[in-house]
Design a protein around this ligand. Structure first.
Ligand SMILES: *[C@@H]1O[C@H](CO)[C@@H](O)[C@H](O)[C@H]1NC(C)=O
Ligand SMILES: *[C@@H]1O[C@H](CO)[C@@H](O)[C@H](O)[C@H]1NC(C)=O
Ligand SMILES: *[C@@H]1O[C@H](CO)[C@@H](O)[C@H](O)[C@H]1NC(C)=O
Ligand SMILES: *[C@@H]1O[C@H](CO)[C@@H](O)[C@H](O)[C@H]1NC(C)=O
Ligand SMILES: *[C@@H]1O[C@H](CO)[C@@H](O)[C@H](O)[C@H]1NC(C)=O
Length: 394
């Protein structure tokens, strides 16, 4: 378990969004955003400069690098990086500076939902390469209450994001929608633990996604996995504070794509509200969850380390009161150790209409403040192998 703990780290800097430093250039065409009018002084809006640099890069037939040198760049509206009409087949965005959104939401004001800082769409190949640099002396800024998403990828293919530090986004930090072959590595995401809906990484309707070596501290899910996610690998993640890793919420609508072939391995959860959670609204739906692997997870004082909740209904008002139609089948929990902050460490509240099947548990040892923990399970079947503590679900 010591191996897993090496992923745990503590950071003290709080600046809106930092993306930093990458090593040296190679010989590819390089476009510096300063020559497009970007100002590294933190005062002048650089949205147009970034867009212009992107347009120029798109026109380059060869591989091209867009370079953002050190400095602080104010981004006071959405920057859209659209790949649809790009001629370049390989664009690298190298950021050695800090992009930050406005502190005063009245600047952005109008829209209540979905204001996005940086959007990437219709890409065929993109590398966003950044390397983290500590920012000593960073000052804590108060949270503002606008809906601001930080990085959003839509309809994109073959994207690699490395080394992003995303701070205090007001909604999802990184959102992946309708994408294929996306690799996210070495990222850190930080938001206050009381901030609502600040999911670290949200994935939906996407295939072949990898998240490796991520540290996520947030007020909502560290990683949320929505309908239509297929072939997802999450390896080496530290989560907390936050709501853990969630598949769901599913059954948001009656017609929904399933979640299939998801692996979460080598994860550490520290004082999160949940650990490994699968949740669906109590609504009929043709969605499903199949072939999920949770392998090698350390829980440190986690409220519900293992949770399947098919009666998910936060706030408990105006919820549908049907049996969930989401069929959950073939889920393996293996090597799940540590401590639960509640007596019930394993809870599976499955649908009566389509009970959970093929649930497998092996090498599980969860305790409650040194005492035995308990299970609470309904409509679940499967099998357990070897040590499973607490036992009683299968
Ligand atoms: C994990 O990511 C951090 C940055 O978040 C980096 O400093 C560290 O070297 C990475 N670890 C590995 C094993 O790649
Ligand atoms: C399941 O996903 C993994 C990546 O996590 C991939 O390597 C594997 O090929 C997928 N399996 C199937 C049957 O698609
Ligand atoms: C566990 O977390 C709870 C709050 O969720 C806290 O009150 C308690 O002190 C923590 N226990 C330990 C042993 O860290
Ligand atoms: C389960 O974990 C507890 C404390 O975390 C430990 O004392 C106990 O020996 C473990 N049980 C087994 C069978 O490994
Ligand atoms: C689901 O669980 C309830 C309560 O334990 C039980 O009455 C019911 O028969 C179960 N349904 C199925 C389909 O197993």
């Amino acid at each position: 378990m010591a191996l897993f703990l090496s992923f745990v780290r503590v950071f003290s800097i709080v600046i809106p969004i930092i993306m930093s430093h990458f090593g040296q250039f190679d010989a590819r065409t390089s476009l510096n955003v300063l020559s497009f009018g970007a100002k590294p002084n933190g005062m002048v809006d650089s949205v147009k400069a970034f867009s212009d640099a992107w347009d120029a890069a798109c026109g380059v037939v060869d591989s091209v690098v867009i370079y953002v040198p050190r400095g602080r760049y104010l981004v006071s509206g959405e920057v859209r990086f659209e790949g649809e009409s790009c001629r370049s087949h390989e664009i690298t965005l190298r950021i050695d500076g800090t992009l930050f959104g406005p502190q005063d939401y009245k600047l952005l004001g109008k829209k209540k939902t979905g204001l996005v800082l940086v959007v990437f769409t219709m890409l065929r190949f993109l590398e966003v390469l950044l390397m983290l640099r500590e920012q000593p002396g960073g000052i804590a800024k108060p949270m503002v209450t606008i809906a601001l998403k930080t990085l959003r990828f839509m309809d994109s293919y073959n994207v690699r994001i490395k080394g992003v530090l995303s701070l205090n986004s007001q909604l999802f930090h990184i959102a992946i929608n309708r994408c294929r072959n996306i690799k996210i590595e070495d990222v850190r995401i930080i938001a206050p633990d009381e901030s609502p809906n600040t999911d670290g990484i949200h994935i939906q309707l996407s295939t072949d996604i990898e998240v490796r070596n991520a540290s996520i501290k947030t007020g909502d899910d560290c990683i949320s996995i929505g309908p239509g996610t297929k072939n997802l690998m999450v390896d080496g993640i530290t989560c907390g504070p936050g709501h853990g890793i969630s598949i769901g919420s599913l059954a948001k609508s009656t017609e929904e794509q399933g979640v299939e072939n998801v692996t979460v391995k080598r994860a550490v959860f520290v004082r999160t509200d949940n650990g490994l959670r699968i949740k669906s609204w109590p609504r009929h739906s043709n969605g499903f969850v199949a072939r999920v692997r949770f392998l090698g997870v350390l829980m440190v004082n986690v409220s519900y380390p293992i949770l399947i909740d098919q009666n998910y209904c936060p706030g408990d008002s105006s919820c549908p009161s049907q049996e969930s139609g989401i069929k959950i089948n073939d889920v393996i929990y293996s090597g799940i150790m540590g401590t639960s902050a509640t007596k019930v460490a394993i809870k599976m509240d499955c649908s009566e209409q389509v009970p959970c099947t093929g649930i497998r548990m092996q090498a599980i040892n969860l305790t409650y403040y040194g005492e035995a923990a308990e299970t609470s399970c309904t409509n679940v079947s499967g099998k357990q192998l070897g040590l499973v503590t607490p036992s009683g679900c299968l």
